[in-house]
Design a binder for this molecule. Structure first.
Ligand code: ADP
Ligand code: MG
Length: 267
């Protein structure tokens, strides 16, 4: 089962926006997707129409070290999500101690990762987390959104030196950066786009324009492209999804993103 982890040293950079909209894009293209929310804020569910009052999640399974898939919700055609759930500090400490066991996901959550036809997209809190480290074992591609602002420049070398986990982001295709909130009207923003392109080369997966549809779609609990078919950010995310599909070895058709597993793909 292919796994994309969406992580970043910073908060407010578009991790949850990208996770949810990649999931919508892949699901619409015919690929079964499950998103996992590793952020204790438990906010990813709100991008999929789950009411605020529904606070269940995998955190309820940690006491018994049970199968997390039983907490997953069907939120649309081809689309599933596994919320973090409402948690106490004690719950989160317990989760971290479970996740410190080597190969936790392979050994204890095999059901989540055993189906080669289901794409997993995981969303994380900002910075280091035990979940991010534990997921590195099963992740194929790490996607790192950064804002196109001056503060991000300081993070470029941190990412290149893989300082976030003090080790590789995964054992698959490595990491790819997405520059979010690009706005060509602003000079410093254009300069940061150029700097990111020269700095990351092929590891710059794409850019997402600043677009008010992103904020409005989130408020309506909708995919950006459902809220506004002509959204530039929606279009940008579709391009990013196609590139990720290619990296993961899916068959990408010209006019639609038809995600069939390439039979030559080993994993
Ligand atoms: N391209 C964009 N254009 C406009 N607003 C955006 C864009 N990307 C994200 N946002 C907004 O920025 C805020 C932070 O995004 P979010 O996905 O929650 O970040 P993170 O998960 O990294 O904390 C949200 O209000 C979101 O709607
Ligand atoms: Mg988030």
């Amino acid at each position: 089962m292919p796994v994309i982890s969406v992580c970043s040293p910073k908060g407010g950079v578009g991790k949850t926006t990208l996770t949810s909209n990649l999931a919508y894009t892949f699901a619409r293209a015919g690929t079964k997707v499950i998103t996992i929310d590793f952020d204790p804020q438990n906010a990813l569910r709100l991008y999929f129409g789950i009411p605020l009052s529904e606070e269940g999640g995998f955190i309820e399974k940690i006491e018994s070290n049970g199968d997390w898939t039983t907490a997953a919700l069907n939120v649309g055609k081809n689309l599933y999500m596994l919320p973090f759930g409402h948690s106490t500090q004690e719950d989160r400490l317990k989760l971290d101690s479970l996740l410190m066991q080597p190969n936790y996901f392979k050994d204890y959550q095999a059901a989540l990762f055993c189906n080669p036809d289901v794409l997993v997209i995981a969303d994380f809190p900002p910075g280091f987390s035990q979940a991010l480290k534990a997921m590195a074992d099963v992740t194929d591609v790490s996607v790192i959104p950064l804002l196109a602002d001056a503060a991000s420049i300081a993070l470029f070398s941190q990412i290149e030196n893989e300082e976030l986990l003090e080790g590789p982001f995964n054992n698959g295709s490595g990491y790819f950066v997405v520059l979010n909130e690009v706005d060509n009207r602003i000079k410093i923003n254009r300069e940061i786009q150029e700097f990111a392109a020269s700095n990351f080369g092929d590891r710059l997966l794409g850019m997402i324009h600043t677009d008010t549809s992103v904020i409005e779609a989130a408020a309506q609990q909708q995919a950006i492209s459902d809220f506004n078919r002509n959204s530039s950010a929606g279009f940008d995310i579709e391009i990013i999804a196609r590139k990720l599909a290619t990296i993961l070895g899916f068959d990408v058709k010209q006019d639609t993103i038809v995600m069939q597993r390439n039979p030559n793909q080993k994993r």
